[in-house]
Design a protein around this ligand. Structure first.
Ligand SMILES: [Zn+2]
Length: 271
């Protein structure tokens, strides 16, 4: 997400086989109040909303499957509380549960896959999981410490998903990053507040895309019109990627690994 005074930044969408990752997509072309990504699920052959596993039903028994998350506070421990406030709002509207695993120093970033036709960015989900043992990392970082911020972006949120014929396609890894040094109001207030920015980037990290109406948190540019909580379209999108969409019946696969994908494709990769 950008601040109102910022210029638009480019966007890269990478889809590799049955795994996927997206950087924040551009604003929708038509007027919308919610937007989620659909992808073909190799397990069912159907197009489904890309989402996390809210719950798992095996042998007739349903268990809630909390999303483990870690926080990189960027040096300010009070940010853990801020993250927890934002996630509580996600839980209220999506039914997704979250489990805090602690603070980390790891900073999410993209791997760069060097194809002959040009470089492609891919969220380095496997490395993040190995370094943090969490499925979701929410953090603060300076622009010089990660390649996830494009241009003047104040924040970024991304996910990585995977599936195969034996395991339903779902998000397995996510990240939400706020850029250090951006002037933002404290807490959750209307306008350009860190709380609203956090809700937006975490929205991406649970599968929401940009919309074209300024009244929604998922509008791509933060301005005086920005609300301090998820609005009707945001809430509808959260239901589409949340527990109301149903439990999965197959276990998750490991997070997509750019290094393995590069090896299989016979190309080099910068991790
Ligand atoms: Zn965004």
């Amino acid at each position: 997400m950008q601040l109102l005074s910022s210029t638009a930044a480019g966007v890269t969408v990478v889809t590799l086989g049955l795994t996927g990752t997206f950087a924040a997509p551009p604003a929708a072309a038509t007027t919308t109040t919610y937007s989620v990504t659909h992808a073909s699920d190799p397990y069912s052959g159907r197009s489904i909303a890309v989402r996390w596993t809210p719950c798992l039903t095996r042998s007739g028994v349903t268990t809630t499957t909390p999303i483990s998350y870690a926080v990189n506070t960027g040096g300010d421990p009070s940010r853990v509380t801020l993250v927890q406030q934002a996630l509580a709002e996600v839980t209220a509207y999506s039914g997704l549960r979250f489990h805090y695993t602690g603070k980390v120093s790891y900073i999410p970033h993209y791997a760069v896959l060097h194809y002959p036709t040009g470089d492609r960015l891919m969220f380095n989900a496997a490395q993040q999981r190995a370094a943090t043992h969490a499925a979701l990392v929410i953090g603060w970082a300076s622009a010089s410490k990660t390649n996830m911020f494009r241009g003047s972006e104040a924040g970024v949120g991304t996910v990585s998903w995977t599936g195969n014929s034996r395991s339903q396609l779902r998000i397995v890894e996510g990240a939400a990053l706020i850029k250090l040094g951006v002037p933002l109001r404290a807490g959750f207030t209307t306008g350009t507040s860190v709380g609203s920015l956090l809700l937006h980037e975490i929205g991406h990290a649970v599968g929401l895309n940009h919309v074209s109406t300024t009244s929604q948190i998922m509008y791509p540019v933060l301005g005086s019109y920005t609300r301090a909580s998820y609005q009707s379209g945001d809430r509808y999108g959260l239901r589409l990627v949340g527990r109301p969409a149903g439990c999965f019946v197959t276990p998750s696969l490991s997070p997509p690994d750019p290094a393995a994908i590069a090896r299989a494709a016979g190309i080099s990769v910068t991790l």
